[in-house]
Design a protein around this ligand. Structure first.
Ligand code: CO
Ligand code: CO
Ligand code: CO
Length: 324
């Protein structure tokens, strides 16, 4: 989709789609920039309020991934006129409002259409000081990679859809997906990181790849250090893999080398399409222990050191079994 966008030349545009960053950033004065992002999707859990909460946390995440503060949001609603009770939409909005309230983000309106398949999400506007913005572009060789939520939400949501997992088995995933990335972003800003993104639909390999391309560096990942949700590994080994995850793995193939003997289920986890995933933080080694401590204080669902930035070639990812 992005490559079909016309190119915009305007000095006020600090970040646009060309760096595949999380949100657009538009400077309005010397010390203020607006951050705008939009995200919506079909239900991924059966509980309507939980889905609303997940969608809200996911939409807000792109604001946090830029180091920005959310200001207000507009809802995007697609709902069938018949067949699905309208009361459930009330639950979706209630879940989203609760998460937005936690974020200090005002829900000011939105738009709804009639659609046979429900969809929900938000457009979020935030603000950031142009000098404090976190982007894809600052990673340097030797920096460490830290991930703030476990992987596997795509696999779990697919298992739920195929009745291979009870909703109860999703509890930890739902807790993680409804957790805001605000604490992780605060920790990153407090300590100082060189690049940041959130891990969502393109999976760890895809979003890391965006950082590597924008920063003109490479990376190595340490498989045994990846935080993984319970059940995700087994379900992947049983062949329960979302379509998006398979496409991610295929898309990452040209940039990725795998150490010998790494099984398919582990590769799938590296590519798993995440919903409301964690921040992927690139931190200079001298700030690493400070970052881990700050993430601990913020009680992020994970604070795992999963790899390191290398000199390149640009964009390449070497996946090793463990840290060497
Ligand atoms: Co993002
Ligand atoms: Co997004
Ligand atoms: Co309208």
């Amino acid at each position: 989709m992005l490559r079909h966008l016309p190119v915009v030349e305007d000095a006020r545009v600090l970040v646009d789609a060309s760096s595949r960053d999380d949100a657009a950033v538009f400077q309005v004065s010397a010390d203020r920039a607006l951050v705008a992002t939009v995200d919506f999707f079909t239900p991924i859990v059966d509980d309507a309020a939980a889905w609303g909460a997940i969608a809200a946390a996911n939409a807000l995440s792109d604001v946090y991934a830029m180091g920005a503060t959310p200001l207000f949001a507009l809802n995007l609603v697609a709902w069938p006129r018949e067949g699905v009770p309208i009361a459930l939409l009330g639950d979706v909005l209630r879940g989203a409002a609760e998460v937005s309230r936690r974020a200090g983000c005002l829900m000011l309106g939105g738009h709804s259409i009639d659609d046979p398949e429900p969809k929900f999400g938000m457009a979020v506007i935030g603000e950031v000081h142009p000098d404090r913005m976190l982007t894809n572009a600052g990673a340097c060789a030797g920096d460490l990679l830290v991930l703030t939520k476990p992987l596997g939400t795509g696999i779990l949501a697919t298992a739920l859809k195929r009745d291979a997992l009870l909703e109860a088995g999703m509890a930890e995933a739902v807790a993680s997906m409804t957790t805001l990335n605000d604490g992780a972003a605060r920790a990153a800003l407090e300590v100082g990181v060189s690049a940041c993104t959130d891990v969502t639909g393109f999976g760890l390999l895809g979003h890391l790849g965006n950082i590597l391309d924008a920063s003109r560096v490479g990376a190595e990942l340490w498989l045994d250090a990846l935080p993984i949700l319970p059940h995700a590994r087994n379900l992947a080994a049983r062949g329960i893999v979302p379509g998006g995850t398979s496409r991610n793995l295929e898309a990452a193939a040209p940039r990725t080398t795998w150490e010998g003997g790494i099984e398919e289920s582990a590769r799938i986890l590296c590519a798993d399409a995440q919903t409301s995933g964690g921040l992927l933080l690139v931190v200079p080694p001298e700030h690493h222990s400070g970052l881990i401590a700050a993430l601990g204080r913020a009680a992020t669902p994970a604070a795992a050191t999963i790899g390191r930035i290398t000199a390149g070639p640009t964009g390449t990812i070497a996946v090793n079994r463990e840290r060497r």
